[in-house]
Design a protein around this ligand. Structure first.
Ligand SMILES: [Zn+2]
Length: 463
């Protein structure tokens, strides 16, 4: 068999790997490459003919793994797309959201075009292409080998990280011998709210592993509920303030809502009102409810004893823009959970615009903010920021916790490899990470006697 690393090579986004067995071509993930941008000409140049791909296997719904599949379909791919059921549902939501982002950017560009006269880039795909894509999905369960043809089968192993996320393990019969190759997708951490723990992989010959948190360790000194409790108490109980939590709508928001539900159901705090202000989060929460039997044991136990994981007395889901705007007039202390997580666009910008100069406001960051985003500037400690073309002084308190990170850290990634049978595992390929994260991980694994490769984009391996 032949492996080609076509994406997430020495970078985080754009996961795309090609596995060829006797001319049968399997594409594992087909994500958007943010390093290239999100426009048509940057992502539609596939290094192979889309119509030559026999099947796509999707590890999970995040856009850096799924976001370029509609382009593949638009350009001639007509095979099946295999994923778990929750991944299929979440992918549809995220792809439709991507279309809205493309169209929003195009509108903005066209407005500016009247001044610049340059012809604008085109959206990568439209709603029609997302619908054509969704028709190609075939869903399979966890831990059930699925035969792709006479000599190849695939099995999804729970990877934690996000509802429905899986590692894909392929068993290949070739020239009378059997080989196994696993693609981790993204690996989650243990004891994460709502999401199951990653399950150990079966022994394999080759492992293509993510490396996002290589060389980095999650803090261990505090627990999610304690951090939330202390922050709410300080901001909304001891002071008459507002707590604003920017959160990604899918995964992060549900983890946060469930953690707050546990705090308030134990009566640990007076019932401060909580507003979830993100249409996408409302849809995603419905999908989490639909797959409640796929949530972790803690969430299922809570459901049995107390009822809905994502619904409680003092929690309100904001339904429309009018309600969102009314929130700015709400005078009592409250908690606002809104997107986007890095503060680029979305309703969160309104909340910041009206609260960033408020001494009694705290902004709690629970996710990563990339360079160049408003989130990054606030975390860096800029005393003044620009929102909606206005210069605003930052008087709000800025806090951050990494406890909501959905990725395994260095220790988690190393132990994933250590769980393997050392005699059988021939090589580990590191993808989906900055080069320095990969090098930190490689250095530790090599010391323990593993063969580790950091592939370049387009590098081909005969296995
Ligand atoms: Zn992911």
């Amino acid at each position: 068999m032949k492996l080609t690393i076509w994406g997430a090579a020495r970078q985080v986004t754009g996961s795309m790997h090609l596995l060829e067995i006797n001319n049968y071509k399997i594409l594992i993930d087909c994500g958007l490459d943010y390093e290239k941008g999100t426009w048509q000409e940057e992502n539609e140049l596939f290094p192979f003919a889309p119509s030559d791909i026999d099947v796509v296997v999707l590890t999970h719904a995040h856009i850096d793994h799924s976001g370029n599949i509609p382009t593949l379909v638009r350009m001639g791919f007509d095979g099946q797309i295999l994923s778990t059921s929750p991944t299929a549902d979440l992918t549809e939501l995220l792809l439709l959201d991507s279309v809205n982002i493309f169209l929003g950017k195009e509108r903005k560009h066209n407005r500016n075009k009247r001044r610049s006269k340059s012809s604008g880039p085109k959206p990568l795909y439209l709603q029609k292409h997302v619908m054509d894509t969704m028709e190609r999905f075939v869903t399979i369960g966890f831990n059930k080998p699925f035969r792709l043809n006479g000599s190849v089968s695939v099995e999804f192993i729970p990877a934690g990280h996000l509802l429905g996320a899986a590692s894909a393990v392929f068993t290949v019969e070739e020239n009378g011998t059997q080989k196994k190759i696993a693609f981790t997708g993204d690996i989650g951490r243990h004891n994460y709210p709502v999401i199951v723990d990653p399950q150990p992989l079966p022994p394999v010959d080759y492992l293509v592993s993510e490396s996002t948190y290589g060389g980095r360790f999650h803090s261990k000194e505090s627990q999610i509920e304690q951090v939330l409790l202390d922050t709410v108490e300080q901001t909304c109980i001891k002071n008459p303030g507002r707590l604003i939590i920017p959160a990604f709508s899918i995964g992060r928001t549900q983890a946060l809502v469930f953690s707050l539900n546990k705090i308030f159901s134990k009566g640990l705090l007076p019932k401060v009102k909580i507003f979830v202000d993100s249409p996408l989060a409302n849809y995603a929460t419905e999908i989490f409810r639909k797959y409640s039997s796929s949530l972790n044991e803690d969430a299922q136990e809570f459901y049995r004893l107390k009822g809905d994981n994502f619904e409680f007395d003092n929690l309100f889901y904001v339904q429309n823009l009018k309600e969102s705007k009314e929130l700015t007039n709400y005078l009592e202390p409250c908690i606002i959970i809104s997107s986007a997580g890095m503060l680029e666009g979305g309703r969160i910008q309104d909340h910041l615009y009206y609260n960033i100069q408020n001494y009694y406001c705290t902004i709690l960051f629970i996710g990563y903010s990339a360079k160049g985003t408003l989130g990054h500037r606030l975390l860096r400690g800029d005393p003044v920021v620009h929102i909606r073309d206005r210069e605003l002084a930052v008087y709000a308190t800025i806090k951050q916790t990494d406890l909501f990170s959905g990725h395994a850290d260095h220790e988690g990634l190393v132990s994933l490899v250590r769980n393997q049978d050392k005699a059988q595992l021939k090589k580990v390929f590191l993808v989906h990470g900055e080069l320095q994260s990969m090098e930190a991980l490689r250095s530790d694994l090599v010391q323990e006697g593993y063969q580790v490769q950091i592939p370049e984009k387009g590098e081909v391996f005969e296995l």
